[in-house]
Design a protein around this ligand. Structure first.
Ligand SMILES: [Zn+2]
Length: 378
């Protein structure tokens, strides 16, 4: 099926969407002027699919996949290869997706892409890497205050929604507890991979210096062996927060010095209005730092050192809008006043004559982003 790809006039790159025989959907981008090439693979399975009693398994799999494949068995050689060739790699696990991506010097893209493709064809996931990576997952969870705050928010949501579950994984959920119940975490990990990693649930984006035709050949040769089991995508319906979970104030004492204030609202997911982009508009206004903005006032009062606003943790069913403010000691004393100012500012934005100039600024930024026909590319 041909997909019309709408791009800004100033964008000189070429785009093409293809679907491989194994139903892997691919967006090819050709940019003859680039020095670096990149790829991103999204798998439509995430933490919400963690089996009961193995919280964090999807995230743990994300860690393990990176490690080694049958074709490239030397541990961590993928990351080494990329960093030695001017690039970087990363990955994340969200509620319903797991994403892997990298960039590398253009002349090394062919081999980098081959190494990347092999995780999705034949990953190794060896037994000795298992214990080591459970420890890595555990320390990620323990020492990241952001992750802990998100876990706290999850804990305070509806118990019957998958959002409520602990999703990072820890030594306790991936090693101690499963062992107590006679569960072999590695076996479950391999099952999870076999069950969920099907090519029809994957989307690949490849950013290449080659022409579209050459990039297409490269992708077809490297990714066609990913197994397709025609697995259905699991949709998780319902809302994680109802009235009883809202209007709640939670105080948490950090180990590190510093104060953070977070205000969170459940909202309609921005993806449902991607053409109009209302959330981007709000994020731009509330996160603005210029004169007349909320942050400008807070900074003048000596109450805040940074402020960000935007959507996070969204799925197609639910989403949150978050305002996060780094407070000074004085700001911490005045956190209720700050919340008052934030609501006052939102009230101003709700006025019908809210600045046309700002709207135009946001919409002109947005027009430099590319729009892909998302209904055909989901
Ligand atoms: Zn991780």
């Amino acid at each position: 099926m041909a997909v019309e790809i709408v791009k800004p006039r100033i964008d000189k790159r070429d785009y093409k969407r293809i679907v491989l025989q194994n139903k892997l959907q691919v967006l090819l981008i050709s940019d003859p002027e680039t020095d670096k090439c990149a790829a991103s693979m999204n798998v439509c399975v995430g933490a919400f699919s963690d089996p009961e009693g193995l919280e964090g398994l999807a995230h743990f799999l994300e860690h393990m996949l990176f490690y080694a494949s049958e074709k490239y068995p030397e541990e961590d050689s993928y990351s080494k290869y990329i960093t030695e060739n001017g690039g970087s790699t990363n990955a994340f696990t969200s509620n319903e997706d797991t994403n892997y991506h990298f960039e590398v010097n253009a002349d090394r893209f062919d081999e980098a892409l081959d190494r990347f493709a092999q995780f999705f064809i034949k990953p190794l996931m060896s037994a000795d890497a298992t214990t080591r990576e459970i420890k890595a997952v555990d320390s990620e969870h323990m020492f990241n205050f952001q992750i802990l705050l998100v876990q706290l928010q999850k804990h305070l949501s509806a118990q019957n929604h998958p959002y409520h579950k602990f999703n990072t994984g820890s030594w306790d959920t991936l090693e101690v507890k499963p062992k107590e119940r006679g569960i072999d975490t590695r076996k479950e990990l391999l099952n999870f991979y076999e069950e969920n990693y099907s090519a029809n649930l994957m989307h690949l984006v490849v950013y290449s210096k080659d022409t579209l035709d050459k990039a297409e050949q490269l992708v077809r040769s490297k990714f066609q062996d990913i197994r397709n089991t025609d697995r259905d995508q699991i949709r998780f319906t319902g809302q994680p927060c109802s009235a009883e979970h809202l209007q709640v104030l939670v105080r948490a004492v950090p180990i590190k010095r510093g104060h953070k204030l977070k205000i969170v609202w459940p909202i309609t997911p921005g993806i449902r209005h991607y053409k109009e982009g209302p959330i981007r508009y709000l994020g731009h206004l509330i996160g603005h730092e210029g004169e007349g903005s909320l942050f400008y006032v807070l900074k003048k009062l000596g109450w805040a050192t940074s402020l960000s606003a935007g959507e996070s943790e969204w799925t197609y069913e639910f989403s949150f809008f978050k305002v996060a403010i780094d407070l000074t000691d004085a700001g911490q004393e005045h956190f209720e006043d700050i919340i008052g100012l934030l609501f006052k500012y939102i009230h101003v934005l709700q006025q019908p004559d809210a600045s046309k100039r700002i709207f135009e600024e946001v919409s002109s930024n947005a027009s430099s982003c590319m729009l892909v026909n998302a209904t055909n590319f989901s």
